[in-house]
Design a protein around this ligand. Structure first.
Ligand code: UDX
Length: 436
């Protein structure tokens, strides 16, 4: 099939590349000429393990190409994916203007029956609006499909190639057949394409992210209880995760969730509910707990040190999670801003997000260093914010020598508390018993 993908962000680029890899001819379009130049030159504008090689191979084998031109991208298209951003607008509503603009451009260039697919995360009812936008500009036949994407940054290719399920909202048999053919290489009996109506597909994406965010906030609350009760959250987590009705994933307490999806989608669900005169109390609590959790490290530091003014803190990890350079709504921003506001100095290291961090913190008293141990130099305490693998087995003797005081705040529970305490450190974890 000939596939057009509009938008070359995480979702668009991964979707286009993976469909090309499965043998289709894919044209990715973006209005950002600099991005398209980078992609044509064999580079990728985001950090995502394995993606660059896949892009290069498919470009070389002529299944994947990039353009800024709609006439070129839409020529002979059987399927057109809309994968542009839906930034939060006023009141947390997702802003649909990019999606509708893309739909109109697609519509203007239809030459025959085409399936137009919403891949962006959009409020329920958006498929109708996309259809309306198309009808305003074309008399060609089309179907609108909702096909939300569930990939995680840092594991995007694997998630796309081996999805737990593919959700497809359709209103016609013809579109259903096209989508079934498209996804056939990626699905199996146990990991099927789930066909449903358009509105249910649109809501499924929000419901999944809101549920996962709820699990995280729930575990962060349990962690707080553990600290007060002298229980250990790792043991409680294993204990409840072994119940098959609960399961193990997404039960890790930490410094709160961030990224481009969870915070935005939680707010979008609340906003959708509000428009209907409903109050999604549960999600309000999820958001409140998350805001509190992002301040957890700094509060712990306050409790330990009293005043933070004039102290130096090392920070390991800035990206909102490992294997990405994405700092959108990253807990590290709240942590560092909290330290700076209290008059402390910050030395921070991240394996890939330093450049992005520089854009956020430049001129604000944060020293970004190229190497983890340089962040610990002269520090009164070291804070682990993002659980990159390279931080998991630190050289404790070296740290102790470099730091002004041997104090560790482990925002992701990756260090062995007994081991670091035996090495002479004061250790704080999330929901782990205090030093006895
Ligand atoms: C998420 C969804 O998982 C994905 O399906 C959707 O398409 C986009 O949003 P992503 O934002 O890439 O993906 O990251 P994810 O791995 O889900 O982590 C989100 C946040 O939750 C991170 O800040 C992470 O640190 C935090 N998290 C995750 C926890 O604090 N505890 C956990 O147990 C899991």
């Amino acid at each position: 099939m000939n596939i057009t993908v509009v938008g070359t962000g995480y979702v668009g680029l991964v979707t286009g590349t993976c469909f090309a890899e499965s043998g289709h001819r894919v044209t990715c379009l973006d209005l950002d000429a600099a991005k398209i130049e980078t992609l044509r030159g064999g580079g990728i504008p985001i950090y995502e393990p394995g993606l660059e090689e896949l892009v290069r191979r498919n470009v070389k084998e002529r299944r994947l190409s990039f353009t800024t031109s709609y006439p070129e991208a839409m020529k002979d298209a059987d399927v057109a994916f809309i994968a542009v951003g839906t930034p939060p607008g006023e009141n947390g509503d997702a802003d649909l203007s990019y999606v509708l603009a893309a739909a109109r451009e697609i519509g203007r260039h239809l030459t025959r029956y085409t399936v137009v697919v919403d891949k962006s995360t959009v409020p329920v009812g958006s498929a109708d609006k996309v259809a309306e936008a198309l009808r305003e500009v074309t008399t060609q036949p089309f179907d609108v499909v909702s096909n939300p994407e569930f990939l995680k940054e840092g594991a995007a290719i694997d998630d796309f190639m081996r999805p737990d399920r593919v959700v497809v909202g359709v209103a016609s048999e013809r579109a259903r057949a096209v989508m079934a053919e498209l996804y056939a290489p990626f699905v199996r009996a146990e990991q099927p394409v789930l066909f449903m109506d358009l509105r249910s597909a649109e809501l499924t994406k929000y419901a999944a992210n809101a549920m996962l965010a709820t699990r995280i906030s729930f575990m962060n609350e349990i962690a707080t209880l553990c600290e007060k009760l002298g229980a250990d959250v790792d043991q409680v987590r294993r204990g409840i995760g072994s119940d098959r009705r609960i399961g193990h994933p997404f039960l890790f307490p930490g410094v709160g969730f961030g990224g481009s999806c969870f915070p935005k989608d939680v707010r979008a669900v609340m906003s959708m509910a509000r428009h209907l005169g409903l109050d999604f109390d549960l999600l309000r609590a999820v958001e409140r707990v998350n805001e509190r959790q992002k301040r957890w490290l700094v509060e712990k530091a306050h409790k330990h040190f009293g005043t933070l003014a004039g102290r130096t803190f090392g920070v390991w990890g800035l990206a909102f999670k490992p294997r990405t350079d994405d700092m959108r709504e990253a807990p590290a921003i709240t942590v560092i801003e909290g330290l700076l506001a209290a008059g402390a100095r910050v030395r921070a290291h991240d394996p890939v997000a330093a450049q992005v961090a520089d854009g956020i913190f430049r001129g604000r008293g944060v020293t970004l260093v190229d190497e983890p141990y340089a962040a610990a130099e002269g520090a009164d305490a070291l804070l682990l914010v993002t659980e990159w693998n390279e931080f998991r087995q630190p050289d404790l003797a070296r740290l102790k020598q470099l730091m002004a005081q041997p104090v560790l705040f482990d925002g992701r529970n990756v260090w062995d508390a007994a081991k670091v305490r035996a090495a002479g450190f004061t250790y704080y974890g999330v929901g782990r018993a205090a030093e006895s």
